[in-house]
Each structure stands twice: as C-alpha cells, then as structure tokens.
Ligand binder design. Structure first.
Ligand code: 13P
Length: 241
C-alpha cells in the first residue's frame, strides 16, 4: 500500500463520466508528471478504462471513482475493492457529493466502502462538504463533522486515508470559497477530532490553472481534487507542474 507520508502534495483528477479510448491515448502522451518534487498525481477515469491506463502507465497513480461495499456475491453491476487491487489501482474516491446526491449514498455506506478499500490496500479519498443552503445556515462545520465522524472507519489513519473537502456549491460552478475561507475551514476540519489532525486534507471545487497555486500553498491544504480542469490536459499540466 502506498504510504501517504511519502508525498507532500496530491493532485487527484476526477474525470467523472467523461473520457474515451482516443482521449486517454492523447492525454497520457501529453501528461507531464514530475515525480521528483514530492507530488503525487492520481488519475481517476471511469472504471472500465482503468486497465487502459495501466498499459500506458507513467509517473502517476490510478484511482477509481467509487467501489462496492460488498466483496463478492449476487450484487449485479458492482465492482469490488479486491478487483481494483488486482488491477494495480492504488486510490479510490468515496462519498463524492454526486454519489450522495444521485445515488443516495449515506455516511454508513462511505464507511463500509472505505473499510473494504483499506482491507484491499487501496487509499480511500473520503469526500465531505456542505450544500449552499447549509453554508448559508452556518452549519458547514456541523455537516462536515458528521460526515467525518460517521464516514471514516476506525482502521483509517493519516498514512492510509485522504479527506477531500469539496463544498458542493463550488463543484462545477466556477465559484470557490476565498483563500482565507479555505484556510479556515481546513484548519477547523483538523480540529474536529485528534485522530484526523494530521490527515492529508485536500480541497476540491472549481480548482483551475489560475487558482490552484494559491490554494495548495496553504499549509493546511495538502492538494486538490480536480474535476473539469483535469480534463483539459494543458490546464492540468499547469496545475501539477
Ligand atoms: P470541478 O473541479 O469540476 O468543480 O469538480 C470538482 C469535483 O467534484 C472533483 O471531485
């Protein structure tokens, strides 16, 4: 299993339901990863394409976008952590707000999925974040605390689990919290619980080539989870460069 403490900054590309074979071929030819600077770059395509990346592997790691909470059995359409491990996948996003919103995923599901991933030596990237309404109600920290306390398994620690803070209202909208707000919320997340105070905590939500540097320069931000801008190879190269 990868030891997270070996890296300083994480750049995780969440392709969501985008990409195809020719896109992957061109993307991997143009992707410029500098592995000597302590950065960890992870590409998360849709699961069916994971093996195409393996064939072209460069200085980056592979991640899945979701996983079954079940290991084996009569669960049509599911993919297990064990099979991700067989294909050399090192990371997996869990509890993304789109999974919570469109597929009714609950904190308890997130915990079960993360547990299965850890059992199979895969790093869970556990997503948390508030809606705009929750932000307006000043309940951001309560929402995140609940997601963290209920969604992170006891087997997690700072070397094997990443937390991704993604305010839902910032995803795909071009809106982001201010740099000061990101700084404060990341500091506050670390104080939710002693156990997570030294976790790698990354930020996601409209990260792009212009704002990424300021965001990842914050001492309590350990990287970025990037959606739309990760699909534009020139922008993504600038972000990870
Ligand atoms: P955008 O970068 O497109 O806002 O998406 C963020 C995200 O959801 C990454 O998981």
């Amino acid at each position: 299993m990868i030891n997270l403490s070996e890296f300083s900054i994480f750049f995780i590309a969440n392709w969501k339901l985008n990409g195809n074979l020719s896109f992957i071929k061109e993307y991997t030819q143009l992707l410029k990863v500098n592995s000597s600077n302590g950065n960890c770059v992870v590409i998360c395509p849709t699961a069916i394409y994971l093996n195409n990346f393996k064939q072209n592997e460069g200085n980056y790691y592979l991640g899945a976008q979701d996983i079954s909470k079940y290991e084996t059995g009569a669960f049509t359409g599911e993919i297990s952590s064990k099979s991700l491990n067989e294909f050399g996948v090192n990371f997996c996003i869990v509890g993304h707000s789109e999974r919570r919103q469109y597929f009714n995923e609950k904190n308890e599901d997130v915990k079960e999925k993360a547990t299965k991933l850890l059992e199979n030596e895969i790093i869970p990237i556990i997503c948390v974040g508030e809606t705009l309404e929750e932000k307006k109600n000043n309940s951001t920290l309560d929402v995140i605390s609940n997601q963290i306390l209920k969604g992170i398994p006891s087997e997690s620690n700072e070397q094997n689990t990443i937390i991704a803070y993604e305010p839902i209202w910032a995803i795909g909208t071009g809106l982001t919290p201010s740099i000061e707000e990101i700084d404060i919320i990341h500091q506050s997340i670390r104080k939710i619980n002693n156990k997570i105070s030294n976790y790698k905590i990354i930020y996601g939500g409209s990260v792009n080539a212009k704002n990424s540097h300021d965001i990842i320069s914050l001492s309590d931000v350990d990287g970025a989870l990037i959606g739309g801008a990760s699909l534009k190879i020139d922008d993504f190269n600038k972000i990870i460069g």
